[in-house]
Design a protein around this ligand. Structure first.
Ligand SMILES: Cc1ncc(COP(=O)(O)O)c(C=O)c1O
Ligand SMILES: Nc1c(O)cccc1C(=O)C[C@H](N)C(=O)O
Length: 398
C-alpha cells in the first residue's frame, strides 16, 4: 500500500496556498458539489418545481445517501437513515435506547465526550420522569463503569480533542454482557477509520457528514439501527417522514418498517445532493488502505513536529492503534499559535484549554504537505511569531 493509492486531491477544490489540516472538523469542497448544487437549484427546483420530488426522485435521496454511507461504516444497505443534525440523532438514539431498558435508569458516557452529546442526554432526561442519571467517568474508566444496572452506554469513539479511540467491539461486548444498549457517535470516525458496525453488534450509531465525509457545513447527519431490532424501536420524534406511508396522511403514527422510521421531517435536498456528490470520492477506497495512509501521515507529523518543536507536547495517544485520524499537541499559547499558523496557510484548530488539533485526511493530504506544515509550525513556535498581539484576540468561533 502506498499513500498514493487513496490520494485523490484532484477531486477537491482546495486553495493552492492552503495546507488543510482541519478536515476532521469541516471537509473541503468536492469539485462536483458546485455543479450538482447548481443543477438541483436551477434545473430541478427552478425548472421542475414541486414535480422534482418525483421527476428528480428527491423522495428517495435520503435512503440512497444512507446506502452510500453504509459501506464506509461497515453497515448493511438499508440500515442507515440520513437527515437532521447529529444532535437530533443522538437524542433519537438515546430516547429509543432508554425505552429498550425500562427498568434501568443509568446512562454511561464519558467526560471526554463532545458537549452536545451530553447536553442532549441532560435535556432528554430532564423531560422524562425523574430518577435518570447520566454518568461521565474518565474515558479510561468507562469499561469498569458498565455495571449490571446500566441502561445505555453512549460514547463517541474518537475523542474530538485528543483523538484517543475507544475499542468499539470490546466496549460493546462489555455493554451487552451487562445487559445495556450501546450507542456509538462516529462523528470523528466515519471516513477516518475502518469500522465494522455490523460485526460489533451495537444497537445504534450516529454521525455527521461534514467532517471526513466532506458533505459541507450543515450537511445532514446519519443514524444506524441494528436491523434485527428496528421493528421494536419507538421513535421519540415521530415525524411524518418516518411514517410508513407519509403521503397517506393518516392521523396516527405508524412507523416505517426500516431504519427510515428514524427520519423526522422534510429532507434537506440541496445538502443531501451535495453529500451524494461528495461520497463519490469514496468509490474504490479501501478503508484499510486509508487507515494505513492516515497512520503514516500522522506518524510523520508527530516525528517532524517533535523534532522541530520540543515546546509542544503530544496530547494524543502515541500508539497509532489507540488514535483516530487526528493529532493534537498541547501548548500553553495554542490559541495565538494557531492563529499565526492559519495566517500562514496551515489550517488546524484550537480547542480549549491548550490543544492545537490537526486532522489527517489521506484523500487530499500527502507526506510533502505534512513536512511543509511542520516547517511552518517550527517557524511560528521557534521564532515566537504567535506573540504578535493581533493573534491574542479571541475572535474565532472554532
Ligand atoms: C462527537 C460529536 N457529536 C456531535 C457534534 C455536533 O453535532 P451537530 O452536527 O448537531 O452540531 C460534534 C461536532 O460538532 C461532535 O464532534
Ligand atoms: N459543527 C461545527 C460547527 O457548526 C461550527 C464549528 C465547528 C464545528 C464542529 O464540527 C466542531 C467539531 N465537532 C469538533 O470536534 O470540535
Amino acid at each position: 500500500m502506498s499513500i498514493q493509492s487513496v490520494y485523490r486531491k484532484e477531486l477537491f477544490d482546495i486553495p493552492s496556498d492552503i495546507l488543510y489540516l482541519d478536515g476532521n472538523s469541516l471537509g473541503p469542497l468536492p469539485k462536483g458539489a458546485v455543479e450538482r448544487a447548481s443543477q438541483v437549484i436551477k434545473s430541478e427546483w427552478g425548472g421542475e418545481l414541486i414535480k422534482a420530488w418525483n421527476s428528480a426522485d428527491w423522495i428517495s435521496l435520503p435512503k440512497k445517501v444512507g446506502d452510500q454511507i453504509a459501506p464506509i461504516i461497515g453497515a448493511p444497505a438499508g440500515s442507515v437513515a440520513t437527515g437532521d443534525t447529529l444532535s437530533i440523532k443522538v437524542y433519537q438514539a438515546l430516547a429509543a435506547a432508554l425505552k429498550m431498558r425500562p427498568d434501568r435508569k443509568i446512562i454511561v458516557s464519558d467526560n471526554g465526550n463532545f458537549p452536545t452529546d451530553l447536553y442532549m442526554a441532560q435535556g432528554l432526561i430532564g423531560t422524562i420522569d425523574k430518577g435518570y442519571e447520566l454518568r461521565t467517568p474518565a474515558p479510561e474508566d468507562v469499561a469498569d463503569s458498565i455495571t449490571d444496572d446500566v441502561a445505555v452506554v453512549m460514547l463517541t469513539q474518537v475523542d474530538y480533542r485528543s483523538g484517543r479511540m475507544h475499542d468499539m467491539s470490546e466496549i460493546t461486548r462489555k455493554a451487552h454482557e451487562a445487559g445495556a444498549v450501546m450507542i456509538w457517535d462516529l462523528a470523528h470516525s466515519a471516513g477516518a477509520v475502518p469500522l465494522d458496525l455490523a460485526g460489533c453488534n451495537a444497537e445504534f450509531a450516529v454521525g455527521c457528514t461534514y467532517k471526513y465525509l466532506n458533505g459541507g457545513p450543515g450537511a445532514p447527519a446519519f443514524i444506524y439501527v441494528r436491523p434485527d431490532i428496528i421493528e421494536d424501536i419507538q421513535p421519540a420524534l415521530a415525524g411524518w417522514m418516518g411514517h410508513d406511508a407519509p403521503f397517506a396522511m393518516e392521523l396516527d403514527y405508524r412507523p416505517a418498517m426500516t431504519t427510515e422510521r428514524m427520519r423526522v421531517g422534510t429532507p434537506p435536498i440541496v445538502q443531501l445532493s451535495i453529500l451524494q456528490e461528495a461520497l463519490k470520492a469514496w468509490e474504490g477506497v479501501e478503508m484499510e488502505d486509508l487507515r494505513a495512509a492516515s497512520i503514516a501521515l500522522s506518524e510523520l507529523f508527530i516525528r517532524e513536529v517533535e523534532q522541530r518543536c520540543p515546546q509542544l507536547s503530544l496530547a494524543s495517544p502515541r500508539d497509532p492503534d489507540s488514535r483516530g485520524s487526528q493529532v493534537s499537541f498541547a501548548f500553553d499559547h495554542g490559541y495565538p499559535a494557531m492563529q499565526a499558523l492559519i495566517e500562514r496557510g496551515v489550517i488546524g484548530d484550537f480547542r480549549a484549554p491548550n490543544i492545537m488539533r490537526f486532522g489527517f485526511t489521506p484523500l487530499y493530504l500527502n507526506e510533502g504537505n505534512v513536512v511543509a506544515a511542520a516547517k511552518i509550525i517550527e517557524d511560528v513556535i521557534n521564532h515566537d511569531l504567535w506573540q504578535n498581539p493581533k493573534y491574542q484576540i479571541k475572535s474565532r468561533v472554532t
